[in-house]
Design a protein around this ligand. Structure first.
Ligand code: COA
Length: 259
């Protein structure tokens, strides 16, 4: 996959998307969003890919949407021109494979929102998170007002969004914004380690578990439990379920085929 503002590399079933606008701290312009949306669409249906990592490289994740580009936009331009950001985030969020954000340095505004579209977040001890849009006279429009409160609760999300203040990795871990904090030079390795563990599990079970959690957030508890029961039942029609339970009985590791 050849893109200009992102790099996509696939190795041992794990695709790594690297944001590639280093000179502007990976500021996310409309081209990045369009390319991210296309990459996510391709990776979702690529059978050789079992997990996706998204990173900004070893210095910075992303310092937000491109303010210089946004400064020139009117409401209609945003409604049309920034639509790919919504599409990109939703494709990553709904991809039937695990998506891990590997975060070094700043993850601000749209950068922070991009990490929220991932399933799990691994952060460097030097990472900084924030939704500073309020300081620009706007609000977090890449899912921040929706995904952040669902992840860390409305109270803390409101504090971050209303103040625009940044928090460090330790605080992000404490409030549940990130899953893990590791030394800065180990972020990508840790994300790959996590991805490999996900890949070693039954891919059908994992994708349905992801669907249950994501879809469940759009349902009331009763409907969510019903949806879960249907997905659970469906798994008993898979080879992976037979293999997983047979392996347990035979006291060996399962060899899942994702079928
Ligand atoms: N949009 C466009 N360009 C950005 C950017 C953004 N969100 N964030 C950084 N850049 C650019 C800077 O304009 C600068 O480019 P220049 O060298 O051509 O002037 C370059 O990236 C380096 O940024 P700089 O501000 O010099 O780095 P710093 O280390 O002093 O500060 C930040 C880093 C992240 C604190 C600062 O860049 C910042 O506040 N960025 C905006 C954060 C934000 O409000 N994000 C939400 C957007 S909705």
């Amino acid at each position: 996959m050849a893109f200009e503002t992102i790099l996509v590399e696939i190795e041992e079933g794990i695709a790594t998307i690297t944001l590639n606008r280093r000179d502007v701290l990976n500021a996310l312009n409309s081209q990045v969003f369009t390319e991210l949306a296309e990459a996510a669409e391709n990776l979702a249906v690529d059978d050789s890919v079992r997990a996706v990592i998204i990173t900004g490289g070893d210095k910075v994740f992303a310092a937000g949407a491109d303010i210089k580009q946004m400064a020139l936009l009117g409401a209609v331009d945003v409604a049309i021109g920034l639509r790919p950001s919504k599409i990109a985030f939703e494709r990553l969020e709904n991809m039937p494979k695990p998506v891990i954000a590997a975060i070094n340095g700043y993850a601000l505004g749209g950068g922070c929102e991009l990490t929220l579209a991932a399933d799990v977040r691994v952060a460097a001890d030097n990472a900084q998170f924030g939704l500073p849009e309020i300081k620009l006279g706007i609000l977090p429009g890449g899912g921040g007002t929706q995904r952040l409160p669902r992840l860390i609760g409305a109270g803390k999300a409101k504090e971050l969004i209303f103040t625009g203040d940044l928090i460090n990795a330790e605080e992000a871990l404490r409030v549940g914004l990130v899953n893990k904090v590791v030394p800065a030079d180990q972020v990508l390795a840790e994300a790959k380690k996590m991805a490999k563990k996900f890949v070693s599990r039954g891919a059908v079970a994992l994708s349905l578990a992801k669907a249950c959690i994501n879809e469940g957030q759009r349902m009331d508890l009763e409907m969510g439990l019903e949806y879960e029961h249907k997905c659970f039942s469906l798994l008993f029609a898979t080879e992976d379920q037979k293999e997983g339970m047979k392996a347990f009985v035979e006291k060996r590791k399962p060899n899942f085929q994702g079928k």
